[in-house]
Design a protein around this ligand. Sequence first.
Ligand code: DC
Length: 229
Amino acid sequence: MDKKITIAIDGFSSTGKSTLAKQLARQLGYVYVDTGAMYRAVTLYAMRSGFIAADSFDREGLIESLGAISLKFVYNPDLEFAEMFLNDENVEKEIRTLSVSQLVSIVAEVPQVRAKLVEQQKQMGERKGVVMDGRDIGTVVFPNAELKVFMNSAAGVRAQRRFKELVELGQEVTYEDVYKNVIDRDYIDTHREDSPLVKAEDAVEMDNSYISKQEQFEKVLVLAKELIG
Ligand code: DC
């Protein structure tokens, strides 16, 4: 039987991490875990509970309520990926809005939030055979992952992609707001104290500003197959 490995995909927002991770998981028969969805679900909980809004953040209130937050991925065979459930409610759609994107990096700065989610992520990857994407997977969650990929691309290219996605989801957004959100999240994600977004020393860097998703997938698949043997 093939050896099972752990694949960690980190990088800046809207660099196509989840597209690549899903393709790899499907091809290799691995489990795909979108850790951004978990931070987004905690953010949605914080918004609904009144702990966070555009101009306020009751950090302590959120920390005290963390025990009441249950996160689960449930595989949807029609969509061929696992959807995010927050306290048994499917929130896959709600967590993808620009309003959640505008607050998620602030919630993700809280060490207690990170500790809770990292513990769950480690458990999900315990048996290997997993492709996990996020910001700290190769540095904090799985520092011993056999394959680490760090993704980047020009901010304008990323904002265009994200803008197109949101419009296709029927959301009313402007390109300027999406571009600002990409820049703001990059800044917070790379400057926070706990587990900032940095390239792991042993990660393979992929800049996909000018290569297609397919080309990128094929390159990473070759690397994965070399390791799997
Ligand atoms: O991957 P995404 O854009 O859905 O992630 C949303 C936010 O969650 C991102 O701006 C930072 C945070 N995040 C994180 O801090 N650590 C992770 N492992 C994944 C996401």
